[in-house]
Design a protein around this ligand. Structure first.
Ligand code: GLP
Length: 240
């Protein structure tokens, strides 16, 4: 586990991007696992900047996102497909045919989870970007989720609903459920790039790195992955 600490938001983005750049430069047809939330935004800014300044191409890159809300129209600004389009996809030369995000509007949610899982079975994600919830969740795998889980529907905890309410006009508008890649599938990625910023993440970061590997902190399973880079800001690293 490599842990790096950034002293500014810009440095945070640059340190995270250095890990992605290495993978994309080595294999322009690589597979990236992507994440939403406020934390990866500095990374996506660096990817866009590098694409504009250096012409790094995403034309052959495939992407798999971690999760999506159930029932939110795709054009809703807080759907994860909207988030990704706004922050990354519309600014680089990615082929949208190579973009994969679970479909939270699928009429048969069980079949949609099976479809996403079978896609993931056939690929090898070169690097998976991750954030962490204040309760230690990764993607939408809430505390208690088995470590070998596959893509599934989750009902969000009250903590996650209230944490994510800041993105919506009111807490009642936060979807109660989501589709998420499972922890087993996340752990299959060749490399994990965990990003955490802010003092509200300090406890979860401590448990992820120093606590027991236990489903009560889903992110603690990262201790068992052979290639993990964790980029933190000083506030998120404060309890280490
Ligand atoms: C959401 C997402 C997670 C993300 C987490 C932290 O619940 N499903 O993938 O890591 O929130 O988000 P933020 O980066 O905004 O703190």
């Amino acid at each position: 586990m490599k842990i790096v600490i950034a002293h500014s938001e810009e440095e945070f983005g640059k340190l995270a991007f250095a890990e992605i750049r290495e993978v994309v430069y080595q294999d322009p047809a690589c597979t990236l696992g992507l994440a939403t939330g406020s934390t990866p935004i500095p990374l996506y800014k660096e990817m866009v900047k590098d694409h504009q300044e250096n012409g790094t191409s995403y034309g052959k890159v495939r992407t798999f996102n971690l999760d999506e809300y159930v029932g939110l129209p795709k054009e809703h600004p807080e759907s994860y497909i909207s988030f990704m389009t706004r922050n990354l996809f519309s600014h680089v030369d990615i082929d949208m045919k190579n973009v994969n995000i679970p479909n939270g509007l699928a009429p048969d949610i069980t079949a949609e989870c099976a479809r996403y899982s079978s896609l993931l079975d056939k690929v090898s994600v070169d690097v998976q970007v991750l954030g962490i919830g204040a309760n230690g969740h990764i993607a939408f795998n809430e505390p208690g989720t088995p470590f070998d889980s596959k893509t599934h529907q989750v009902f969000l905890t009250q903590k996650t609903i209230s944490d994510n309410a800041r993105f919506f006009d009111s807490i009642d508008q936060v979807p109660k459920s989501a589709l998420t890649m499972g922890i087993g599938e996340i752990m299959n990625a060749k490399k994990l790039l965990m990003l955490a910023a802010g003092s509200n993440k300090a406890d979860a970061v401590y448990k992820m790195i120093k606590g027991p590997v236990d489903p009560s902190c889903p992110a603690s399973i990262l201790q068992k992955h052979p290639d993990v880079v964790i980029v933190l800001d000083r506030a998120a690293a404060a309890k280490l």
